[in-house]
Design a protein around this ligand. Sequence first.
Ligand code: NAD
Ligand code: ZN
Length: 267
Amino acid sequence: MTPPDLATELDRAAALVAAAHRIVVLTGAGISHESGVPTFRGPGGLWREHRPEELATPEAFANDPRLVWSWYGWRAGLVAACEPNAAHLALARLAAARAGDVRIVTQNVDGLHDRAADALSAGTATAARAAACPLELHGSLLRRRCTRCGWHATVPDPADARTVEDGGALPACHACGALARPDVVWFGETLDPAVLDAAWSATERADLCLVVGTSALVHPAASLPAAARRAGAAVIEVNPEPTPVTPLATVSLRCTATVGVPELVGV
Ligand code: NAD
Ligand code: ZN
């Protein structure tokens, strides 16, 4: 049974969603937790005793590309075994139903929002699929790009990073053959300016900002809810734990993503 205070807050949040004209949704690792993808800061966030901050850096890759590719291979294997959950699917349906007025911005690199968009359209390129396609602020661990030339894969790369851990070849660029790297933004790197601009403009235009499953510690993504608030938007947070977004949230839903999101988006 839903506790009464959560039920009341869910009603308030659902009313805000129904009344909003333009919505920006910011998601983090927490939305994928119930799909089985570990968050960095929760239990299971370590890999072979390494903290993500030691592996997700350009320096770590320069020092030991095999170690870093092994970690990404392990993560790619985890994600391949997971499915989008009810929260990813509800957001995809909301974005499709209100095409052009809802923008999903994610810090996740797991491709699950994209797979939820695929689930809407059975993998075909429809307007609904395009509307539900997220802005991936930190890239995707399923794609790769070259460390030397400008080549980057536009779709998940079939070459299997999962064999690296067992001594397989390191992934190579399809254009020049140099070492490829995961197409993600590492600690200390800057975000793709075009993706960041699109996220800012969606935030500035929004009258509602929905923040799901992020500890709101990694900037610039973490600045988006405060920017939305300053621009006059309401802010709804869905997270079992308080975060730096909590003090500025209009409504904080202390529940998991699969409990809160489907109910409040109402599609
Ligand atoms: P984080 O690990 O710092 O924080 C996760 C947040 O999700 C926490 O606030 C936690 O309370 C909340 N949470 C946990 N379970 C939840 C649930 N079931 N429903 C709702 N919320 C839940 O994640 P972050 O803020 O996204 O920042 C970490 C960085 O690491 C990001 O840059 C991201 O790219 C990367 N990362 C991505 C993935 C992924 O792609 N799935 C996984 C781990 C880390
Ligand atoms: Zn190249």
